[in-house]
Design a protein around this ligand. Sequence first.
Ligand SMILES: [Zn+2]
Length: 207
Amino acid sequence: MKKYLVGDLLREYFGDEVFNLIGELSKKRDYSEFKLAEALKMEVNETRNLLYRLHSLNLASFARKKDNKIGWYIYYWTFHDDLINDFLLRYKKSQLESLRERFLKEGKSDFYSCLNKCVRLDFDKACDFSFHCPECGELLGREAEGDEKRLGSEMIKINAEIGFLEGLQKKAAITQNPPATGGKSADASGNANKVKKERKDKNGNLF
Ligand SMILES: [Zn+2]
């Protein structure tokens, strides 16, 4: 499952249409938008709209070139797969932050009720009565924790996703700036191999 996590997160954020477009677009640089639309069996305008969405997030860029045969401009698009990890990390961190806020808010508005159904009190009131029913003296029980549990397990899941993405980021950083070791010429070729391998891994993770 972990193998497809980056792809899963992209699909989660963008939905199927953009996710499929990313899959095709990341096959090569300077992908003509006409060829891309053809490969995706979509209208060019529709394809362009999805591309602009990626562009607005700085995940894709284009170069405009005049086609001398047909006399108009064609846009050639490139997907920046090296920026995906950062992008997903920011997305997941903000998702976690809003969950955490909800968790705290809903935790604060806890309710406690009497087993005999005499009263229903918020946390402060229940505290005033030492968590005992002011009418019958029965111990007060905390109400439905279902939502809190759901939020809690959601947060655990997102935390794991963040951990995974941070792991990938570290791996990429090591590949880009390997720690210096002796033997310059041997090192250079070794690094080249590493970089190649990393790209393969990345694509493997992606799709
Ligand atoms: Zn009671």
